[in-house]
Design a binder for this molecule. Sequence first.
Ligand code: NAD
Ligand code: IPM
Ligand code: MN
Length: 361
Amino acid sequence: AKTYKVAVLPGDGIGPEVMAEALKVLDVIEKKFDVKFARTFANVGGAGIDLEGKALPQTTIDICKASDAILFGSVGGPKWESLPPDEQPERGALLPLRKIFGLYANLRPAIIFPALTGASSLKEEVIAGGFNILVVRELTGGIYFSQPKGIDGEGDARVGVDTMRYSVPEIERIAHVGFKAAQKRDKKLCSIDKANVLSTSVLWREVVTRVGKQYPDVQLSHMYVDNGAMQLVRWPKQFDVLLCENMFGDILSDEAAMLTGSLGMLPSASLAEGTFGMYEPSGGSAPDIAGQGIANPIAQILSTSMMLRYSFAMNDAADAIDTAVEKTLNQGYRTGDIFQNKAGEKKVNTVEIGAAIIANL
Ligand code: NAD
Ligand code: IPM
Ligand code: MN
């Protein structure tokens, strides 16, 4: 059997709880598809700080480098929020991982499953017939990473500084990812910017327009991010691919997630050139429900499916997982975040919905 090496980084909060279910799904895929996933566990985030003194220990980087893909849970939580910002789980581990591995293309598919139309925050008539939006988020540039950055000065004379920069090649490569994705879908790409205010956006719009000439079959539109946030809740069906710089994509993907019923439903793939990728739910460590065994593992399980699809070219196995998830929702299984107390719904915990998905695989 072919063997793939997977670095498993459960992290903090609900991370380990939802990761356990995703790993059980991988066990079934191994049996059904004659493949082996050699897993190496590593500490990251608060777990890295507590167990190895650093949010991103060198051992964890080495394990990731020796792997074909990273399966990531989530990091962060109140316990580590008083550390210096650069030592905290988010800025000390998650962002560096994205940078070290060149994971510039973040794909976040927000798809409404028919069984969950009632869990969406939108009226049923707005989402009737469903919607399928792919947020393509630039992940290694923009205001998250540009220098200078920091807090200068003393006391009340301090000034907080963040810088937003985008170079032409950085915009070009993410634009190509967006247009290529649109070609395989409904052939519509809406580029999100704030070109009426931001210089990065003026350049973004110019470069995206130029790259778009190479994709004449894709219908390109531009929208200011404030209007985009409004249009998403007004009429999500108008969108196919949303192309976003780093922070706009962060914000709009959480918004899109809620339209599908819950942040716990939204997977993501963070891709480099080539086949290497990190696969992480779009949501976080959910400290408000961590430790109770009630988190929704579907975002983690669908992220695992994306790993099979994008890093290992195992489309049949990925389809099998996606279908098992849909079937489980059709059978009425719901974790608390998507439970509507409707006829036919069964409120279950993390392990129980995981077991139902596995039974459907
Ligand atoms: P969050 O995404 O952790 O939680 C927001 C809300 O969504 C909470 O009410 C939570 O219970 C709910 N939620 C999220 N995932 C869920 C799931 N799988 N099942 C059920 N409900 C779910 O965002 P936050 O509260 O703003 O941040 C908490 C911590 O997570 C912070 O430290 C933040 O920095 C971190 N964070 C990490 C990642 C990551 O590791 N990729 C992403 C986002 C936030
Ligand atoms: C996400 C998260 C991260 C981000 C944080 C935790 C750094 O919100 O993956 O969406 O902002 O990218
Ligand atoms: Mn986010």
